[in-house]
Write a protein that binds this ligand. Structure first.
Ligand SMILES: Cc1ncc(COP(=O)(O)O)c(C=O)c1O
Length: 235
């Protein structure tokens, strides 16, 4: 499909967004309670521009310890319902505290935001939640951790509590970032928790975040060797 529409792929930093979609199509009422035996898989593709055109400011992120993005056993699945259930709280966070996103931390466990994974960078260490079924296993998260290890960083996949996050984020030089296909790696400058604002490190774009973002972009845009064979060339 991508080769067929290769002329419509914009130059970097634009890209072709590919979204496989799978829906149940069995013609029967009552399918809310049982899986459909027929389904249709179709692929939406769309040229997209630079997600952060105009120079993104470091993000403001609200820590939410009481709600959750979606049901915990569904978190690793890219299902529409997961996104719908997070929209109300995200809109409220935008209106109430001018947050760009919510970082869902049910019972103090730092998970992910509405559509991106969360990483903390403390000196030479990059820390993020270890994989489990409660959150989406983003390919960007995996690529960034691989590139961080390539650069000699210590990669720690673990449980991170809100308490530890706030303690570490207050240290000078610490960086926080969101990872995702569209966001690539975007700095978080402020964490909002219980009506208090906590600046992450300097509150500005972090140099390590920018270095990792650039390293991934360089591979995606063919400027650096694709040593992990992540690119499939369109003929
Ligand atoms: C809930 C959620 N988490 C994380 C991500 C980041 O995943 P990826 O890096 O594969 O884009 C996404 C991307 O859509 C997402 O929807």
């Amino acid at each position: 499909i991508v080769s067929q529409y290769s002329n419509d792929i914009p130059e970097p930093p634009g890209s072709m967004y590919i979204r496989p979609t799978h829906i149940g199509t069995e013609a029967a009422i009552g399918k809310a309670a049982a899986p459909s035996i027929n389904s249709m898989l179709y692929v939406l593709i769309s040229p997209v521009g630079d997600y952060f055109a105009g120079g993104a400011k470091p993000l403001r992120v609200l820590l939410d310890e009481t709600g959750m993005r979606c049901a915990p056993h569904m978190g690793m699945i890219k299902s529409g319902g997961n996104y719908a259930s997070a929209l109300g709280p995200i809109i409220a966070a935008k209106n109430d505290v001018q947050a760009d996103q919510i970082l869902f931390c049910p019972n103090g466990d730092v998970q992910e935001t509405g559509a991106a994974n969360f990483l903390l960078i403390d000196g030479n260490e990059i820390i993020t939640k270890a994989l489990d079924s409660s959150f989406l296993h983003g390919v960007t998260r995996s690529s960034i951790l691989t590139l961080a290890a390539d650069l000699g960083m210590k990669v720690t996949e673990t449980q991170l509590s809100v308490e530890e996050l706030l303690q570490r984020a207050a240290k000078p030089g610490v960086e926080a970032a969101l990872s995702g296909t569209a966001a690539v790696l975007t700095s978080v400058g402020t964490l909002i928790h219980n009506d208090k604002e906590h600046t992450v490190g300097s509150g500005e774009h972090g140099p390590i975040t920018q270095k990792l973002r650039q390293a991934l972009n360089d591979i995606q845009w063919g400027k650096a060797p694709d040593t992990h064979n992540w690119l499939t060339r369109v003929k």
